[in-house]
Design a protein around this ligand. Structure first.
Ligand code: LAN
Length: 730
């Protein structure tokens, strides 16, 4: 590998990207989802003769909603079985449930730019993928004016529009294509690309379409500072922030950019701006962010700090920088090696491609659906979905009715547990014993994923009489959880809180809130508490019981403190108050034995939910709730996923009025399709308050889970029959 100092991103040694014809399509009947040991990717086999599986056809929108194979449910338990029946059709050979995990609209551009500037490797992005990426961007244009937002339901922003415009142009869509014309119009009406948020400035600079001095500096030297007693070491930041900052600092320090005389670069320079490119004063753009894009206001402390860092950048020493750059590059390699090149997420994945100049496949991140191919927010949600499906089935007491499905799911859970700590330094939390969000190969500990994986494993092994995951390994996961509570008693996402709260003022990403450090979340806290309690319940060998009791006690304190006056909890990872409310109620009931009858907090939690029930019996929250931090009704009315969360909470708290609950149950029954599934509704998940992310599998198992809980709680058959009447037949 050449020395970093001499690295040039040569883009003109290849012929121009051929134009992508407007009618470029792939044959959708030739795409196959492949799995291997928890990994998943789509393969295009134009010559294949074999038929697609149900999984392929479901995600491509080609599975019949009514294929006449399932009986109309005669009871709530029957509806639960129909859901499970449908889920068995979607389980992969690896034992996990696969799925789409799109939503964010800023992932494809990073990948496509990385592909372009590293030599357009066919291994990295084969032609059928590129065709489907273009399909996706066309499909996801904001209606009716064009452009793109930060996520699929967002209005158009500079960030989304400028970056996806560049992606389309790189992929061969000509500037005169109507989709590009509309996007340019939107972009120019927002003032052009000068006002793009910092991450956009960065990607455009890599394309040589933004001046590097239009960015606040990204100095790599911080990585050389000692970790101990140093609040600003990057190892103390939230893991996603530091793992994006890491390769960015390398690319920034070396100012790696496409060649200026590349014809596409020249064309983009003239298309993205309202003023002539050469007239732009880059140094005046550092804090220029279009108002529609800005989510986090710029604090004056932050501005001052960035100005000081800018002064450092002007005088920094060369030998120190060279040292830092080498160190940072090594840390990027460590990340690749720790994760079998999957990396923490899609953003550092794309950046690491540039740092390491490699073409390790990205197929694990790419997902094909009826609207084309997107880059997922992670390399899948395998563990997360599988663990919930197992728990829903366990609560429905049908694990042994589906022995093959259950055995395969257990095999996946077994394979998915992380068996060792990350061998190479990148400031990681203990990983041995943890479960990740996606698969073992990716290898990142997540507190709640560890707990959900542990719970699902314990429940399955208990129901199946299996000891496949042995006690030592279960204890390892208890160890992981016990290493994770914060001082406030709560649990954060990947690590304990390591940095001071004031670091948030230095948040350089104007589009994301709460990203600089970890925070305690009611969702992660609840999962972790329930995971620890499940170990005690099923294994009962007094392993670290004192610590478990103390941890649970402190966690409950956190949950109670986090409850708002109106009885609600803000959901940081799902939309929104129904999500967090469900979690919080679970841990309050489990850890304290309280119910509606005995606890004021639970009564207030229920009152909040009941107050937001809609006329039709359901609950429906808009993603806007996450942005503004207040309840916002979904414009399309009740949503099955919100309804399921609210019902799970009310039932767990033993809310006394069955009529309220039954109205919600009826809505779920009415919306279930004859094949046991549900139609896709609004976006379900969120991160960093302002970016939404899809959990399309939620609609397949949370309603089933809520119905199972209802069927367990109320055994009056007449009630059940009434509820099924009026069910929708599509
Ligand atoms: C996720 C997905 C899962 C999620 C839960 C497990 C649901 C949560 O309880 C803890 C946090 C976690 C693991 C999480 C963190 C942030 C992620 C990885 C994501 C929302 C998926 C995508 C997002 C990631 C940051 C997207 C890439 C964009 C950047 C800003 C780097």
């Amino acid at each position: 590998m050449s020395s970093p100092k001499s690295r040039v991103l040569r883009t003109t040694h290849l012929p121009p990207v051929p134009e992508m014809p407007a009618d470029a399509r792939t044959d959708r009947s030739k795409w196959f989802l492949c799995v291997d040991d928890g990994r998943q990717w789509w393969e295009y086999r134009p010559d294949a003769k074999e038929p697609q599986s149900d999984i392929d056809r479901f995600w491509l929108g080609q599975l019949a909603e009514d294929d006449g194979t399932l009986p109309a449910p005669q009871s709530v338990a029957g509806a639960v079985r129909n859901s499970m029946q449908f889920l068995t059709r979607l389980q992969t050979e690896s034992g996990h449930w696969a799925g789409e995990y799109g939503g964010p609209m800023f992932l494809i551009p990073g990948l496509v730019i990385a592909w372009y500037v590293t030599g357009r490797s066919e291994t990295l992005l084969p032609a059928p993928y590129r065709i489907e990426l273009v399909q996706y961007l066309r499909h996801r244009e904001v209606q009716p004016d064009g452009g793109w937002g930060i996520h699929i339901e967002s209005p158009a922003t500079v960030f989304g529009t400028a970056l996806n415009y560049v992606a389309l142009r790189i992929l061969g869509v000509p500037a005169h294509d109507p989709v590009c014309e509309r996007a340019r119009k939107v972009l120019h009406s927002l003032g052009g690309a000068t006002g793009i948020p910092s991450w956009g400035k960065f990607w455009l600079a890599v394309m040589n379409c933004y001046g590097w001095n239009g960015l606040n500096p990204i100095p790599p030297e911080l990585w050389l500072l000692p970790y101990t007693a140093n609040p600003i070491h990057p190892g103390r930041m939230w893991v996603h922030t530091r793992m994006v900052y890491l390769p960015m600092s390398y690319i920034y320090a070396r100012r790696l950019s496409a060649e200026a005389h590349d014809p596409l670069v020249q064309a983009l320079r003239s298309e993205l701006y309202v003023e002539p490119f050469d007239s732009i004063r880059w140094s005046a753009q550092k804090f220029n962010v279009c108002a529609v894009d800005r989510y986090v206001p710029q604090s004056s402390f932050g501005k001052l700090a960035w100005t000081v860092i800018g002064m450092y950048e002007a005088v920094h020493s060369t030998w120190l920088r060279d040292w830092a750059v080498d160190h940072v590059r090594q840390l990027c390699f460590n990340e690749d090696d720790n994760t079998e090149f999957l990396d923490l997420g899609p953003v550092n994945k794309a950046l690491n491609i540039i740092v390491a100049y490699h073409a390790a496949p990205v197929a694990d991140f790419m997902w094909l659906a009826s609207d084309g191919m997107r880059m997922n927010g992670t390399n899948g949600s395998q563990l997360w979905d599988t663990a919930f499906i197992v728990q829903a089935a366990a609560e429905a007491q049908i694990v042994t009715e589906y022995p093959e499905t259950s055995t395969k799911a257990l095999a996946f859970l077994d394979a998915c547990q992380i068996k060792r700590d990350a061998p190479f330094e990148t400031y990681r939390q203990q990983a041995k014993g943890a479960w990740p969000f996606s698969n073992r190969q990716q290898s990142y500990t997540v507190s709640d994923c560890t707990a959900e994986g542990l719970k699902a494993t314990l429940m399955l092994q208990n129901a199946l009489g299996s000891k496949r995951v042995n006690k030592r390994r279960l204890q390892d996961s208890v160890d992981v959880l016990l290493s994770m509570p914060n001082r406030d008693g709560g649990f954060a996402s990947y690590e304990v809180i390591r940095g001071p709260a004031w670091l948030e003022a230095l948040n350089p990403a104007e589009v994301f809130g709460k990203i600089m450090i970890e925070y305690s979340y009611p969702e992660c806290t609840t999962s972790s508490v329930l995971g620890l309690m499940a170990y005690t319940k099923y294994i009962n060998d007094a392993y670290r019981t004192k610590e478990v009791t103390r941890t649970n006690h402190c966690a409950v304190k956190f949950i109670l403190k986090d409850q708002r006056k109106d009885g609600s909890w803000y959901g940081a990872w799902g939309v929104c108050f129904t999500y967090a409310g469900w979690f919080a109620v679970e841990s309050l009931v489990a850890a304290t034995g309280a119910t509606y009858a005995t606890s004021d907090a639970l009564r207030r939690a229920c009152a909040f939910l009941v107050a937001h029930q809609r006329e039709d019996g359901g609950w429906g929250e808009s993603y806007k709730a996450c942005e503004v931090g207040e309840w916002v009704e979904h414009p399309q009315g009740s949503q099955v996923v919100n309804t399921a969360w609210a019902l799970l909470a009310l039932l767990r708290a033993e809310y006394p009025d069955e009529a309220v609950i039954r109205k919600g149950v009826d809505l779920l029954l009415r919306r279930q399709l004859p094949n046991g599934s549900y139609r896709q509704e609004g976006i379900e998940g969120v991160f960093n308050k302002n970016c939404m992310i899809s959990y399309p599998n939620y609609k397949l198992y949370f309603p089933m889970w809520a119905l199972a809980r209802y069927a367990n709680t109320y055994r009056d058959p007449k009630v059940v029959e009434d509820a099924v009447r009026g069910r929708r037949v599509a």
